[in-house]
Design a protein around this ligand. Structure first.
Ligand SMILES: Nc1ncnc2c1ncn2[C@@H]1O[C@H](COP(=O)(O)OP(=O)(O)OP(=O)(O)O)[C@@H](O)[C@H]1O
Ligand SMILES: [Mg+2]
Length: 188
């Protein structure tokens, strides 16, 4: 399993104007008055799930449009800003509404505190499809291809050994039958 969520920063999502480095523990309980923003925080995780599934713009549409998702509407909030850290890793992006209701994911970046550059910028995605998700699925396909290649190489190696042993066996049998070599007590 991956590292649990440690910190979360959200700026400009629904009633969450600015949540800075909000710390998560092993168990998290949301308590607050009606309208305090508990459901909004949960909606944010639903939106993250939609991004992972490649459905950001469907999520935006089903939620009533980007103006309902940006703090006080798209005129008041031009960008939704998100950043998170889990263990040595992190991830961030901004959501920018387009001229219609569709959204772009911009400044998407991943973080690794043992890496040389720490924040690694992945770029912008005008169609809202996460570049991190694309990268991860590309990697897993790459890993599968590597594993298949290595299995094929192993099969090929064993097949070559098998052919060599068959040749050796045929040669030995021939030499035994033509009495080129003798084994005590072995008669044909
Ligand atoms: N785009 C937005 N900009 C600003 N505020 C918003 C936006 N969308 C929703 N809100 C506000 O969020 C509040 C509702 O928050 P939420 O539903 O998360 O509360 P809650 O803590 O779950 O409340 P309850 O205990 O009643 O379920 C409302 O006051 C609503 O006006
Ligand atoms: Mg609620």
């Amino acid at each position: 399993m991956g590292d649990p969520l440690d910190k979360l920063t959200i700026r400009g999502f629904k009633s969450i104007r600015q949540l800075e480095d909000f710390e998560f523990k092993g168990l998290n309980v949301l308590i607050g008055a009606n309208g305090a923003g508990k459901s909004n925080l949960i909606s944010f995780f639903r939106m993250l799930q939609a991004i992972i599934n490649g459905n950001l713009n469907d999520y935006v549409r089903d939620s009533g449009g980007i103006s309902d998702l940006l703090f006080n509407g798209r005129k008041a909030t031009r960008l939704l800003d998100f950043s998170t850290r889990f263990g040595p890793r992190g991830y961030r992006f901004k959501i920018k509404p387009g001229p219609s209701e569709d959204c772009a994911l911009i400044d998407e970046a991943r973080y690794y505190d043992r890496g040389r550059s720490r924040w690694w910028n992945l770029g912008d995605s005008p169609d809202g499809q996460s570049l991190l998700v694309k990268e991860a699925s590309g990697k897993s396909r790459g890993a599968q291809v590597c594993a298949l290649d290595s299995n094929e190489q192993k099969i090929e190696k064993h097949y070559r050994k098998h052919v060599q042993l068959q040749d050796l066996f045929r040669t030995l049998l021939h030499e035994l039958m033509t009495a080129k070599i003798r084994v005590d007590g072995l008669e044909f």
